[in-house]
Design a protein around this ligand. Structure first.
Ligand code: DC
Length: 237
């Protein structure tokens, strides 16, 4: 399948970006747009560390639900976020619809976002395993967490395609699941993630828009690589 032409990056932001401590690649966009799969492929290809920042919000939500707490309870959510560490959710099923919906609720709370910010920035600036770069995906990586990222993508796809992808992912574990319900969940989550006041889901001004609606994952990955290779070449000059 053909890859779409992507606008070339402007030089001005590139100079500023080149000063980042490590090479940071930011991918933002709505749920099931393909950004997670792309982020993992990019990290493997370039030998960079990968952080799925949604797993932090999902982790906080999972722990709250497990303790019988209400994700809307601001004090409980802040406490869970301040005490959070990835080992607390090792092996836990954080991919369910319930956890996804609760994650979007806790993610709208500024105190929760603040509690998770340092960890994400630390990961980006000093990637684990002494890797020379980091790939982070989420909703606010290019705008808030890493505004000076070396490369930014905003990954989108039509709601119907996203619902189909998410349905195929979940259907074996959830017999009886309806694609229409998955679509409704996604729409509700998108509205909450884009409509919140603190760090809403937003395309950064200097982010490349990558629409994966009609792209195979290979074609989307090839398009992303063309942009990243161009930036890396210019950083080396
Ligand atoms: O990417 P995901 O579906 O796993 O994310 C779960 C929720 O976490 C999503 O509804 C919004 C929130 N999130 C966020 O607000 N900021 C991020 N950087 C990542 C995720």
């Amino acid at each position: 399948m053909k890859t779409p032409p992507l606008a070339s990056l402007r030089l001005q932001p590139l100079r500023r970006r080149a000063m980042a401590k490590s090479i940071v690649i930011a991918l933002d966009g709505p749920a099931a747009s393909g950004k997670g799969t792309l982020a993992q492929l990019i990290a493997d290809h370039y030998g960079f560390a990968y952080l799925d920042t949604g797993s932090l919000y999902r982790g906080v939500a999972y722990l709250l639900l497990r303790e019988g707490e209400d994700p809307k309870d601001r004090l409980a959510a802040e406490r869970a976020a301040r005490d959070f560490s990835l080992d607390k959710i090792a092996g836990a099923d954080i991919r369910s619809r319930e956890v996804g919906a609760a994650a979007s609720v806790v993610a709208a709370q500024p105190a929760v976002r603040d509690a998770l910010l340092d960890f994400q920035r630390g990961f980006a600036n000093r990637p684990p395993g002494e890797k020379k770069g980091a790939v982070l995906d989420g909703r606010d990586i290019g705008t808030v967490v890493c505004p000076h990222a070396s490369v930014k993508f905003f990954v989108i796809a039509s709601p119907e395609i996203r619902a189909r992808r998410r349905f195929l992912e979940l259907k074996d574990a959830k017999p009886g699941l309806k694609e229409a319900d998955v679509l409704a969940d996604l729409m509700e989550r998108d509205a909450r993630d884009a409509g919140r006041t603190d760090a809403p889901m937003l395309q950064a001004k200097d982010a490349e828009l990558l629409d994966t609606t009609h792209l195979t994952i290979e074609a989307a990955f090839a398009a992303a690589r063309r942009v990243i290779d161009g930036v890396l070449r210019r950083c080396e000059d």
